[in-house]
Design a protein around this ligand. Sequence first.
Ligand code: VAH
Length: 316
Amino acid sequence: KIVVTGALGQIGSELITRMREVYGADHVIATDIRNNGSEVVNNGPFEILDVTDGKAMHDIVKKYDADTLIHLAALLSATAEAKPLLAWNLNMGGLVNALEVARELRCQFFTPSSIGAFGPSTPKDQTPQDTIQRPTTMYGVNKVSGELLCDYYNHKFGLDTRGLRFPGLISYVALPGGGTTDYAVEIYYEAIKNGRYASYIAEGTYMDMMYMPDALNAIIQLMEADESKLKHRNAFNVTAMSFAPEEIAAEIKKHIPSFTMEYNVDPSRQAIADSWPNSIDATAAKEEWGFKAKYDLSSMTKDMLEKLMLKLVKNS
Ligand code: VAH
């Protein structure tokens, strides 16, 4: 049985559906701080959980006799930068609770890291798996601390902890909340709804990105990988593409010729983006557990626009 925290978030809402298909609905317990009445809540076991309540988390994992804990509940980079102390308490308090529950109940453990775990002094192009990590954002501090804490629980307590440094994730099911890369999701919605988008990230700002189906495959593939083959654990660089705002705009224009892009740069999110790599190197993930992304900018854009048209028409 698998317990997932933050199950109603951008990753969780699709990971739950995918894992229920793979492992059976009753084997995947979704938890989140609220009940949004979505299919994640209605199509299988669901529990209300505030991850800052370690005892409540322990009781849920014990109740279902889970052997895997996937901890996704967290504040993303832009929100964390606006509320750094809340971010520390939630992101680190939630993580240490989850690691303690996994240690006590002997669960395999997954939590995501991010390209946000790198900072201005990190090599920016083809950022290596092992390199300098001095992030200048609270989110980045949380992610580096999280990577170190997960490695600690592995070498100190023998816990099977695994993680992925995700790039910006693009999806059409649940909107991301409070990220820096969210422009690359918003642009698709705006292109369909208004035929135009004002990007808060400046032209020429390169960031790694990946389509959500590839992110879900990566989580499942990593968690099922042969532990003896893993030289790294927390956390693997994974990416599918790196692009700047003008490039995703140009790709959208191939499908919506009338689409227009403008720029209304948000200094705080631009500063976060500028501190991150332009592109990261995913060789370790490819070599140690066969990571391979299927979608590039062209195939992602085609699929995103098709799926969003259906979704927006259905909801209109
Ligand atoms: C964010 N989407 O923007 C997240 C992610 C690499 C970006 O960590 O904060």
